[in-house]
Ligand binder design. Structure first.
Ligand SMILES: Nc1ncnc2c1ncn2[C@@H]1O[C@H](COP(=O)(O)OP(=O)(O)OP(=O)(O)O)[C@@H](O)[C@H]1O
Ligand SMILES: [Mg+2]
Length: 259
């Protein structure tokens, strides 16, 4: 079974894209076939992977709006990538008037499923149609949450959106869990927030080990490579490897209770 994981949080800058890239890289390192889907018109994932957004022939726009096969670049740092650019922003507007709009990413991914063990979808920081269609396409949603006092702003809305999708568009969507991100263990506010995240979300899904706040993550994305290529001995790779192991277990877990 292919695990399709949407990395979703409408809050901006919480580390969705960095995690999509590096979790994908660690899953690849463990021998899995991985497809990364950039569903954000900002195209950060495309850029972080070293692909120039302006140079693209196609983006998920063509799959979503014109129902063309999803455009995929092969073997970008050992993973496949469905890249994006700013033209994808028009999909949000054009989809509004199209039939079965919410299922269009799912339909685009269905013929690709057999080629991959994991498909990771990098959602934009919004609750709009692009995020919604990702949740409809996904088997699991993974929620990065920054260990910052603002972490809880909007999480109700986030969980309501997931609940809405589970009720209507995708009854089998499971919450893979929450990933505290950009965590500085030396900062007391981060420690307090981490504790609060565990208390608040532990009953809803697994709260994984936090991803440390390290400039190496930002430096690697500036160099347009995964962290493992930029700094092969970086201690954060252990945390990411553990997370990859947990993602391998997702398909074994029983279905989440439906609301
Ligand atoms: N663990 C980390 N430690 C330090 N910096 C990080 C970490 N994770 C991400 N960053 C940096 O924080 C910024 C935002 O990260 P990223 O783009 O991954 O977040 P995002 O949630 O995808 O943002 P957006 O909502 O705009 O899509 C980037 O400059 C990135 O390099
Ligand atoms: Mg992003």
């Amino acid at each position: 079974m292919t695990c399709i994981i949407a990395l979703f949080n409408q809050a901006g800058g919480v580390g969705k894209t960095t995690l999509t890239q590096n979790l994908g890289d660690r899953l690849k390192a463990r021998g899995h076939h991985v497809l990364l889907v950039d569903l954000d018109p900002q195209a950060s994932l495309t850029t972080f992977m070293g692909v120039a957004p302006d140079s693209l022939e196609k983006t998920p726009f063509d799959a979503l709006v014109n129902e063309e096969p999803l455009f995929i670049l092969k073997d970008v740092h050992g993973m496949d990538l469905a890249p994006a650019n700013i033209t994808l922003s028009a999909a949000e507007i054009q989809l509004v008037n199209l039939e079965f709009r919410e299922a269009r990413l799912k339909e685009a991914l269905d013929p690709k499923r057999d080629d991959y063990d994991f498909i990771l979808i990098d959602c934009p920081p919004s609750l709009g149609l692009l995020s919604y269609t990702s949740l409809v396409a996904a088997t699991h949603v993974l929620i990065p949450i920054e260990t910052h006092f603002k972490a809880f702003q909007g999480t109700n809305l986030l969980l309501q959106t997931v609940a809405k999708v589970r009720k209507r568009g995708n009854r089998s969507l499971q919450i893979a869990g929450f990933i505290p991100s950009r965590y500085a263990a030396t900062n007391s506010q981060d420690r307090r927030t981490l504790q609060a995240i565990r208390e608040q979300f532990g009953s809803i899904g697994t709260v994984y080990e936090p991803i440390p706040r390290l400039t190496a993550f930002a430096d690697a994305s500036e160099e347009q490579v995964p962290l493992a290529i930029y700094d092969p001995n970086n201690p954060a790779l252990k945390v990411l490897d553990q997370l990859a192991v947990q993602m391998e277990k997702l398909n074994d877990s029983p279905a989440a209770p439906q609301e």
